[in-house]
Design a protein around this ligand. Structure first.
Ligand SMILES: Cc1ncc(COP(=O)(O)O)c(C=O)c1O
Length: 424
């Protein structure tokens, strides 16, 4: 024992700061040689990954029409802060400790009740796993179900994060075209069956159509036949402006193979990084095990606050207020856009969601429009950004929900005048 500790003391003495190698002492070949990174890092397909929100998603202040943004300035922060203080006072130091990897029990109960009452889901609280948003829900599901090289189907055009996450998890991505009814299913017999199918049935992202009942049934039958799971991303279901809300796919009879994911990124605010998985019973334990290996759990304080926000009725009243506000902004955007930019675009009007797809009229130059728009700080996303193999006509996706009527008018006027002034 004594010998061992003497040796330790000698080793430590040998490591005095003056004998550490300084960076400048290294030969340039060693100092400048690139770090040997894993294939995983090299395979992240999109060079923007990790940098895209450094300047804030909407870019510089003002109207950018970036798609998918909620009106976060309308969020009742004072209520949130009051509930947060109350849960901390009531639960005290317990909330500062490591917490369950399933998620806060009150929050899971509140979410299960919300999904059954408002999204037509069929579930109980033990099937809910709290996640850090849809993105982590995707990662947990991919890691649970898809071995390296196995197939994941994703809608094309589709949600870019689904593409990134499944590829990062080692899946072979198979882009699937979408038609008016949603993802297309027909598969040649020699093609490998998928392990997981990513879909956005309530509002196809980014094109906006609602998956028909016939397609929903065909999809669940297909998943049963090939032993696959369906990942249902119900991202903007709360914001549907024409007709009554449609129940989610998970609520259908034949839904034992549906993994449902919801998020508060659009209903409340995205930096909260909270979402939820509703998982078939047979998968619950595996999902939680993966969750625990990743990061244990999201902030216990935020989860407890959200539970109170939902159970005390603030969630529903905020969503209802936003539905009205967005319906008004949406109508105004359509009217202004058609009158100011209708000569260059055909605006497609979806039943729900927080953005529009605007198709360019024939002989209109996409590169010219995006260049002029970005010079004045207006940055709708080109539809091609969401495509893998799909060859669609040129279009831009415009967000509308995050800006007031006055800002929408100002932004569209600015764009229309800049395009006129710089006509090529
Ligand atoms: C299609 C789609 N699903 C889900 C989300 C939400 O993702 P997260 O919960 O990770 O913020 C978004 C956000 O823009 C989205 O566009």
């Amino acid at each position: 024992m004594l010998v061992a500790s003497r040796r330790c003391a000698k080793d430590v003495a040998a490591c005095q700061p003056q004998v550490f190698l300084k960076m400048q002492d290294l030969s340039p070949a060693v100092r400048d040689s690139p770090a040997r990174l894993s294939d995983r890092v090299r395979n992240i397909p999109d060079k923007r990954a990790g940098k895209e929100f450094d300047l804030g998603i909407a870019g510089p202040p003002g109207v950018s029409f970036v798609p998918g943004l909620a009106a976060i300035d309308e969020f009742p922060i004072e209520i949130w802060e009051r509930l947060r203080a109350q849960v901390l006072a009531r639960k005290g130091a317990d909330l500062l400790q490591y917490a369950s990897s399933r998620g806060d029990a009150d929050l899971r109960k509140a979410i299960a009740a919300y999904l059954c009452d408002f999204r037509g889901a069929r579930c109980h609280a033990d099937q809910i796993v709290i996640t850090a948003g849809t993105q982590q829900a995707l990662m947990i599901s991919a890691l649970a179900l898809v071995n390296r090289g196995k197939v994941a189907w994703i809608e094309d055009p589709g949600f870019q994060q689904a593409r990134r996450v499944f590829a990062f998890a080692g899946a072979t991505l198979v882009p699937r075209p979408v038609d008016r009814e949603g993802i297309t299913i027909a598969r040649r017999s020699r093609q490998l069956a998928p392990k997981i199918v990513f879909v956005t049935p309530s509002h196809q992202f980014p094109l906006g159509m609602t998956m028909s009942l016939a397609r929903r049934t065909a999809l669940t039958d297909f998943a049963s036949a090939c032993n696959a799971f369906i990942f249902e991303d119900d991202h903007s279901a709360e914001f549907r402006f024409n007709g009554p809300p449609l129940p989610c796919l998970q609520g259908l009879d034949n839904s034992v193979r549906v993994i449902y994911a919801g998020t508060v990124s659009k209903t409340l605010f995205p930096s909260l990084r909270l979402g939820y998985l509703l998982v078939p019973e047979q998968l619950v334990d595996s999902m939680i095990r993966i969750r625990s290996v990743m990061d244990q759990h999201p902030s216990a304080i935020d989860q407890a606050t959200l539970a109170r926000f939902i159970t005390e009725g603030f969630f529903l009243s905020h969503v209802k207020r936003m539905q009205k506000l967005y319906a008004d902004r949406r109508e105004f955007f359509i009217e202004q856009f058609n009158s100011l930019l209708g000569d260059r675009f055909i605006l497609q009007i979806p039943e729900g969601g927080l953005h529009f797809v605007a198709w360019l009229r024939p002989k209109t130059d996409l590169a010219f429009i995006t260049r002029v728009a970005s010079e004045i700080g207006i940055t709708p996303t080109p539809l091609s950004f969401f495509c893998m193999k799909a060859q669609l006509d040129p279009a831009l996706t415009f967000g509308f929900a995050a800006w007031s009527r006055a800002q929408i008018q100002e932004g569209l006027l600015k764009l229309a005048s800049a395009l006129k002034a710089k006509r090529p």
